[in-house]
Write a protein that binds this ligand. Structure first.
Ligand code: SER
Length: 315
């Protein structure tokens, strides 16, 4: 059985990735680590977990060596909006954390390092519709800059040392367990909580802002595919992936089919400029063709599932 390390297990993706991977690899074989966010009981009650700071190379070495890790998921990151408030911290966590993970992984013969990139790697000079996999990468946010640098760094470790590194350029992730923090696409999660609890929401992006998004079950499957698929399928180290694209207004209209009383106001803040620098839609045909990426959820199916899951939980 493979031994898996998840760094950043308390986050929006990590908190659901750990239980998902434990079903596949066995509870004992998936080690959850966090640094800042408290790990949920769904993680701590069912398998190994510990404190780990990716900025500390020695503690990374210790866990990768002692636990004979085969696959590393490096999920710890500062997102786009927080990154604009503290650019230097974003660089430190996102890049110095990543290079430590890559360096220790190649020294201790880790088989794969899976590290999410983002649509934030694109910028205002990138074609905004149906953005191709191979295109201009000139982001204007610190978060985006760390994603481009990280993509290059991960590929460097493959070319120089043969460490298999794989990255998906994630769009906004919509999920029902752990809310995201500090991102520009967070509105698409917050709105569900507010719609169910208070039937009203103030959106920090304009109504006509269109962004690419992905529902958590598809996001988790993508992470598992990167660990499981035959390495020869991957013709590159970075893949565009997407599940749907919608404007804030279209999401509101879809939620209103379930919660007609919902009232939404639009008060764009500094995050509007970030959203305006990102693609509206993504071309993920290379991921589909090369390793069989095939997301299941569209806007209608995601909205229905989110409302069902959250309504149960928030009662
Ligand atoms: N969800 C991220 C953000 O908004 C994009 O990768 O920062």
């Amino acid at each position: 059985m493979k031994r898996v390390l998840v760094i950043g297990a308390g986050g929006q993706i990590g908190s659901e990735l750990v239980p998902f991977l434990r079903k596949k690899y066995g509870n004992e074989n998936v080690i959850a680590t966090g640094r800042r966010t408290k790990l949920p009981e769904t993680i701590t009650e069912h398998g190994p977990w510990m404190y780990l700071d990716a900025l500390n190379q020695d503690s990374l070495k210790k866990v990768i060596y002692e636990k004979s890790i085969d696959i590393v998921y490096h999920m710890a990151s500062i997102l786009s909006a927080t990154g604009e408030k503290m650019p230097q911290t974003a660089w430190d966590i996102n890049i110095n954390g990543l290079i430590n993970v890559l360096e220790v992984s190649r020294r201790y013969d880790v088989e794969r390092v899976i590290w999410p990139s983002s649509i934030a790697a694109f910028g205002p000079t990138t074609p905004r519709e149906n953005t191709p996999n191979e295109t201009i990468l000139q982001p204007t946010t610190m978060y985006g800059i760390t994603k481009v640098a990280g993509e290059l760094l991960a590929e460097y470790y493959f070319k120089k040392y043969g460490l298999l590194t794989l990255s998906m350029r994630l769009p906004g992730i919509i999920s029902s367990e752990t809310p995201p923090g500090g991102g520009t696409t967070d509105y698409a999660v917050e709105i569900f909580y507010e719609a169910i609890k208070h039937k009203k929401y103030t959106c920090f992006l304009r109504e006509d802002t269109m962004l690419p998004m992905l529902y958590q079950p598809d996001c988790l499957q993508c992470h598992l595919d990167f660990a499981e698929k035959d390495p020869s399928l991957f013709k590159r180290h970075v893949y565009n992936v997407t599940g749907m694209s919608f404007t804030a207004g279209e999401l509101v209209a879809e939620i209103k089919k379930h919660i007609p009383e919902l009232k939404v106001e639009y008060k764009p803040d500094f995050r509007q400029e970030i959203a305006d620098s990102w693609p509206k839609s993504i071309d993920d045909s290379l991921a589909r063709k090369e390793w069989g990426w095939n997301p299941k959820y569209d806007l209608a199916a995601m909205t229905k599932d989110m409302i069902e899951k959250l309504s149960k939980r928030l009662k």
